[in-house]
Design a protein around this ligand. Structure first.
Ligand SMILES: C[S@@+](CC[C@H](N)C(=O)[O-])C[C@H]1O[C@@H](n2cnc3c(N)ncnc32)[C@H](O)[C@@H]1O
Length: 417
């Protein structure tokens, strides 16, 4: 099987990312002192080790498990570094004192994926720490992977959905293909349903590094919307104040934020709690499975809940809201003009809302129903849910008995193929 990085084009694309490479160069020139002994772990084309020698290092041990190391040797020769580099074509886990017979001042590496962890590289760095002098340095110094639930899916998801999990594509059935994979995310912050939270945080020197993890994060929802999935992005501190992030908009970026679709798409409301537990499994180098377990504590109350009919429960709502006999809540028409609406249906529905409620979402729901050719019933269902959500937003501070709230659990398994 071809190794992910045993590929000249992939290594070239790392060099083409000038933002990444120059930041590493600045960091290495700041960190390396004359006569330092350096490990360049996962050296690829050898670039980080070459920077270290340019910065004055005495010797570099360049470790790489793929055959790309042959290019690194040629480049070392061409740039007259051969005497100062020992190339070791091995996995980082297998290194012994015979390979590296002295303690080193600095370990350099770039083991960073969009999800921070990269194959089995982090545990290899943990092993390499035994070769580091007391007071030695590791670059990068630290990394954080953030996670945030989002209210829409990026284009890459919809584009791939055409091929993945569709019944009729080119007259063939593609339903067998897994739909739950990571997609490149181009969403902006308006899609965030909550504040991003750190899911994984490492200080490479002081923490014990591992390739797998499990963590559980609680999100307080600050914007209502339908949960489509989760966005991940990472920040890395290379050295001092020199940092990289997958949210950088650069030419030839090596990283991007990723979107993971959730297996279920409930409406979640401002004030709800969403707990997401994440754990990963390394299936083989560069093949990973991530599991996402969601627990949604919802403030959504069903329209037919008898609680609405209890006299004491009748809330003081926005002007124009009444409680109907069948338990549904309706809103009076309030100064809307039919000319504000694009379709008759939109007008019918908006008549149910007081003006202070934002009708953008209603328009979007209607437009989406046209795009995905939903039936009238499906559209009405969506609109009712939306009405419900907008109402809940205005009820958010009501003392609703907690047993009325729904708790829903669901699970998504996401693959990095
Ligand atoms: C993202 S690339 C970085 C290459 C180069 N350092 C650069 O900055 O352009 C990571 C490299 O680490 C190597 N690598 C990953 N895990 C390794 C391991 N356990 N042992 C040896 N090399 C490894 C990969 O083959 C790949 O060439």
């Amino acid at each position: 099987m071809e190794h992910y990085f045993d590929n000249y084009k992939r290594q070239l694309s790392l060099l083409l990312d000038r933002n990444r490479t120059l930041k590493y160069k600045y960091a290495i020139f700041k960190a390396v002192k004359p006569d330092d002994i350096v490990i360049d772990f996962g050296c690829g084309t050898g670039i980080l080790g070459f920077f270290a020698l340019q910065a004055g290092a005495r010797h570099v041990y360049a470790i790489e498990e793929t055959s790309i190391i042959d290019y690194a040797k040629q480049l070392a020769n061409k740039n007259k570094f051969t005497d100062k580099i020992t190339f070791i074509n091995k996995s980082g886990h297998e290194l012994t004192k015979q390979d590296i017979p002295q303690q080193v001042d600095i370990i350099l590496s770039e083991p960073i994926s969009n999800l921070l962890l990269e194959g089995n590289a982090w545990s290899a760095i943990e092993h390499l720490k035994s070769f580091l002098k007391d007071g030695g340095l590791i670059l990068p110094a630290a990394g954080t992977l953030f996670m945030v639930p989002v209210n829409s899916a990026p284009r890459t998801f919809y584009d791939s959905e055409f091929f993945i999990g569709e019944k009729n594509v080119y007259n063939l059935d593609f339903m067998e293909l897994p739909r739950h994979v990571f997609y490149k995310s181009t969403l902006d912050e308006t899609a965030w349903l909550s504040k991003p939270q750190p899911l994984l945080q490492f200080n490479l020197l002081s923490d014990t590094l591992s390739d797998t993890f499990r963590n559980s994060i609680k999100f307080s929802i600050h914007q209502s919307g339908q949960l489509f999935g989760v966005e991940f992005f990472m920040n890395v501190q290379i050295f001092g104040n020199i940092t990289l992030t997958s949210r950088d908009q650069q030419e030839y970026p090596s990283w991007s934020p990723l979107f993971a679709p959730s297996s279920f798409n409930p409406y979640i409301c401002r004030g709800d709690l969403l707990r997401i537990t994440v754990w990963n499994k390394v299936l083989s180098p560069y093949k990973c499975e991530w599991n996402l377990e969601f627990t949604h504590h919802s403030k959504l109350l069903l329209f037919n809940d008898t609680w609405w009919r209890a006299e004491s429960a009748i809330p003081t709502l926005a002007p124009g809201v009444i409680l109907s006999d069948n338990g549904l809540l309706f809103l009076h028409r309030d100064e809307f003009s039919q000319y504000d609406c694009d379709t008759e249906l939109e007008w019918d529905f908006i008549q149910l809302f007081p003006k202070k409620l934002n009708c953008n979402e209603i328009c979007q729901t209607i437009l989406q129903s046209e795009k995905y050719s939903l039936s009238h019933e499906e559209l009405m269902d969506n609109l009712i849910q939306l009405l419900h959500k907008l109402l809940i937003n205005s009820l958010i501070d009501l003392p609703i008995p907690s047993e009325r709230f729904q708790v829903t659990n669901f699970h998504s398994k996401i693959y990095i193929p």
